[in-house]
Write a protein that binds this ligand. Structure first.
Ligand SMILES: [Zn+2]
Ligand SMILES: [Zn+2]
Length: 99
């Protein structure tokens, strides 16, 4: 009788462990889904290269001025190339401003 009770207890415990594992897996799956939903709703992704941006303006600037465009702005001092004029200007200011 006592042995049988122990077996029942073991069954309940194993069921409980399985239940916990299952809930944990569902939780993880949901967490992953939330991440995907967030990714699709709140991030703007470039169709061409997959880069993601937090706002639409940054994405459209990327698509029009950066994506698939070879660097066309060249630093006259160190010949480093930039895709955007403002980046070049910033580079000149930060790196060569002492001259
Ligand atoms: Zn892109
Ligand atoms: Zn330079």
């Amino acid at each position: 009788m006592k042995h049988h009770e122990l077996e029942v207890l073991n069954d309940i415990l194993s069921l409980f462990t399985k239940y916990l594992l299952l809930t944990w897996m569902i939780f993880l799956l949901n967490y992953f889904n939330i991440f995907l939903i967030y990714y699709y709703l709140f991030l703007h992704v470039c169709n061409r290269c997959g880069k993601s941006y937090k706002n639409k303006t940054s994405l459209s600037r990327h698509v029009h001025h950066e994506c698939g465009i070879s660097p066309q702005f060249k630093c006259v001092i160190c010949t480093k190339q930039f895709k955007r004029r403002d980046r070049l200007k910033r580079h000149e200011k930060e790196v060569h401003s002492t001259q």
